[in-house]
Design a protein around this ligand. Sequence first.
Ligand SMILES: [Cu+2]
Length: 143
Amino acid sequence: MITQRGGTRVPIVVAGIAIVIAGAALAVSYNSAAGRARSPQAWVFYLVTPEESFNETVVGIPHYIFSPNQITVNQGDSILIHFYNTADDTHHTFTLPSYQINVDLAPGQHQDIRFVATEAGIFPFGCTFHPTTMRGELTVLPA
Ligand SMILES: [Cu+2]
């Protein structure tokens, strides 16, 4: 008798927990879908300046790049970029002319860059010291 009572209660409890979890999952997916459509997002990026493995003296171009080199946000979003010059022997800049941003860092330094993506479009950014290889694009999707 005790085994039967326990046997009937466990499935009911399990079903109840499953319903609560399913309801929470629906609420999360509904809220995130609504958030994407209506409210601005706050983005945080870490931008670093690694070296590619080729010998820049032999190849004849700098071996520095931006990582990442593609940033995509929605119009109206706020952006925080933690920009790190990870080189130990050269300056690097993060230069985004369309948003009037030009940050020059000495080796080993970092700086936070904050702005709001008010204008939609595709905006090139680069390093003024190594424009051949240190380049990327900020894509701001229209609201
Ligand atoms: Cu550079």
